[in-house]
Design a protein around this ligand. Structure first.
Ligand code: MEV
Length: 340
């Protein structure tokens, strides 16, 4: 690596962690305004590894720079309390700026890795640090994505602790005087198709756009409240395996997201393509919108994947992943496979 000499090579302990992608089923954007949000982790992961270094901190052999490593810098600021420099490696299997939570997975895997190099931390502490780091980088937002990447499986975020609807409370994430309660949701097995538009989307920009919509009139707040009601109805529909009702609710959330201003022609093309396939229950954008990805619930994942491909998207047929953050010795992010 161009920026390192053999003397820079560290000795000693190496730590690492991986964290999964996520897909928001219902409730993106409204979750920023205290509404519930239902998400699942996906079977794609980002890996981080770290060891102490005797020279300046590097990422994949390059100097740490805010232009390239803004998320890692925020995590380091919060979690790394040791004076030593670090040699960090990262490897992402999650498409970036695609609504699939690549920055959340990176923040979670990095926080877990850095805690493991020190005294260790609970999942709740990892989720809190990753949220604060992501929020500082994006300039707003909720702990939804970092909570899903930490906990894995299906997660429902709500403003209050719930024990109904089959929910199990995991932890709270706080910011100033606000709290988000993170719950494990039990969902039936789902076959999801994610369609990536290839149009890169900046979460911070989309969150800021929706903030202007909410602040403009009471209608903005009402739209968020309507999405909140749909999330609870959707959770009930999924628990009773009423996929037709759930698909209809996905469509109603998509209409609300369009009203908020975060739909995009590239997303609409993939949603329309999915609806041409018999057996499709519902389709909507997932994540921040403005580009990024759609999620489709269907009886025919292969048919929908083909239709999305024909419409210009990149399809992934994925099952939700039950595994959240995974602590490793760093073997998943080795120099041979790093990306900047
Ligand atoms: C982005 O994946 C989800 C948003 O609701 C933002 C957030 O919750 O931080 C749009």
């Amino acid at each position: 690596m161009a920026h390192e000499t053999p003397e820079d090579r560290p000795s000693g302990m190496r730590a690492g962690a991986t964290a999964p992608a996520k897909c928001i089923l219902l409730g993106e954007h409204a979750v920023v305004y205290g509404m519930p949000c239902l998400s699942v982790a996906l079977d794609m992961r980002t890996a981080v590894a770290a060891e102490r270094s005797t020279s300046a901190t590097t990422v994949n052999g390059h100097p740490l720079e805010s232009r390239y490593h803004s998320y890692l810098m925020q995590v380091l600021d919060r979690v790394w309390k040791d004076p030593s420099a670090l040699r960090l490696t990262t490897r992402s299997g999650i498409p970036s700026s695609s609504g699939m939570g690549s920055s959340a997975a990176l923040s979670v895997a990095a926080a877990a890795t850095l805690y493991d190099l020190q005294a260790g931390a609970s999942d709740a502490e990892v989720a809190q640090a990753a949220f604060e780091s992501e929020r500082a980088t994006q300039g707003g937002g909720s702990p939804n994505d970092t909570s899903v990447a930490t906990a894995g499986g299906a997660i429902l975020l709500a403003p209050e602790r719930r024990t109904d609807a089959g929910l199990e409370h995991l932890w709270s994430v706080t910011l100033d005087d606000r709290a988000w309660e993170v719950h494990r949701a039990r969902l039936p097995k789902l076959a999801l198709v994610i369609g990536v538009t290839g149009v890169r989307s900046d979460t911070g920009e989309q969150v800021a756009k929706v903030r202007r919509f909410v602040e403009r009139s009471r209608f903005g707040e009402e739209t968020m409240e309507a999405v909140g009601t749909l999330v609870w109805e959707g959770l009930d529909a999924l628990r009773t395996e009423d996929l037709a009702t759930f698909g209809n609710i996905m469509g109603r959330c998509q209409t609300a997201l369009h009203t908020m201003g975060v739909n995009h022609p590239s997303l609409q093309r993939l949603i329309d393509a999915a609806h041409t396939v018999p057996g499709t229950y519902g389709a909507k954008l997932t994540g921040a919108g403005g580009g990024g990805s759609v999620v489709v619930l269907t009886l025919d994942p292969e048919g929908v994947a083909e239709a999305i491909g024909r419409a210009g998207g990149i399809p992934y047929v994925l099952e939700p992943s039950t595994e959240g953050v995974r602590h490793t010795a760093g073997e998943e992010a080795t120099e041979a496979e790093v990306q900047r």
